[in-house]
Design a protein around this ligand. Structure first.
Ligand code: ASP
Length: 314
């Protein structure tokens, strides 16, 4: 593995979803609120890493902050399903052991990423779905909330607009990405990734996106890197985006950034858009996206920080 990035004790990157946000078009309150949320999430993850915590603990801490923040489509602030409820997907993966846990269609756990972690550490399974995931969450004593707690007025309006706009035929990039994720390298040189989402506005029939699918929306491997994705999930599933990036690094010797550029271009050629954040054991910390914007941030052990939303801030 290249040593060109190996100067950092730890690294952390987060995203709050890729989408069509353009400078000047986003409401000021959304821009300021999302920026504050990204900062708070970096604070939470950095606090873990700074005190010697693991990458797994750090990505969970960062994602939980974003799950509680209604500016993002995960936890509170999740989009509405067609039926007017919320079904939440999340995953977490430890690059050191390649242990992974995920949930699809959970409905009452306040922090779905905590449930994914419990699946990873307290069950022999990798992915639990629906009522079973809710049951496991209660059995584990995780914090429960009423399903309506996840909704906001703005998200309700987005569902109404979507239902009114039949010409578009449903899922489009504006409706409404905002999935959250985190990747980190800890002081021991291990990486981890976590992703959490409410999915797509108006989703039906138990639709599950890429976020909780290991190798599609979430993956971590100390031999390559940790990745969390956001975007048009169906395409990310078909490409196997996060595993494909790791495979290119391992077998072709590409950096995370190089591999991600190729894979995201391939997704685009198929008709999908979105983005990824990447943290490698080499210290490489990067992102790559094919949308006009992606809520995103990076933090390093020396206190340096970067937060951005728009494409021209690349
Ligand atoms: N990838 C997510 C999904 O398809 C959506 C997003 O990233 O906003 O569920």
């Amino acid at each position: 593995m290249s040593t060109q990035f190996s100067k950092c004790r730890w690294t952390l990157a987060i995203h709050g979803g890729a989408g069509s946000m353009r400078r000047g078009e986003l409401a000021e309150a959304q821009e300021a609120g999302a920026t504050a949320g990204l900062n708070a999430a970096l604070d939470a993850g950095a606090a873990v890493l700074e005190t010697g915590g693991s990458a797994v603990e750090a990505v969970q801490a960062a994602v939980q902050v974003l799950e509680d923040d209604p500016h993002f489509n995960a936890g509170r602030g999740s989009v509405f399903t067609w039926e007017g409820g919320h079904t939440l997907d999340a995953a977490i993966m430890d690059g050191a052991s390649r242990a992974a846990g995920a949930v699809a269609g959970s409905t009452t756990t306040r922090h779905p990423v905590a449930l994914a972690r419990a699946v990873m550490e307290k069950s022999v399974h990798v992915l639990l779905a629906g009522e079973g995931a809710d049951q496991f969450s209660r059995d584990q004593g995780l914090e429960q909330v009423d399903n309506a707690w996840f909704g906001t007025e703005e998200r309700r309006q987005q569902l109404d607009w979507m239902k009114a706009d039949t010409a578009r035929g449903g899922f489009d990039v504006d409706m409404k990405y905002g999935t959250v994720g985190a990747v980190a390298m800890d002081a021991a040189g291990h990486v981890a990734a976590a992703t959490s989402t409410g999915g797509l506005t108006g989703k039906r029939w138990g639709r599950v996106g890429d976020s909780p699918l290991i190798g599609a929306g979430t993956y971590a491997d100390d031999r390559a890197c940790a990745i969390s994705a956001t975007g048009s999930g169906e395409f990310f599933i078909r490409e196997g985006v996060t595993h494909e990036i790791c495979a290119r690094m391992r077998f072709l010797g590409e950096t995370a950034g190089q591999a991600a550029a190729v894979v995201m271009a391939d997704v685009k050629a198929m008709g999908g858009v979105g983005g990824v954040i990447l943290a490698a054991p080499s210290g490489e910390l990067d992102w790559c996206f094919t949308t006009p914007g992606m809520y995103r941030g990076k933090a390093w052990a020396d206190g340096t920080r970067e937060i951005a939303i728009y494409e021209d801030q690349r």
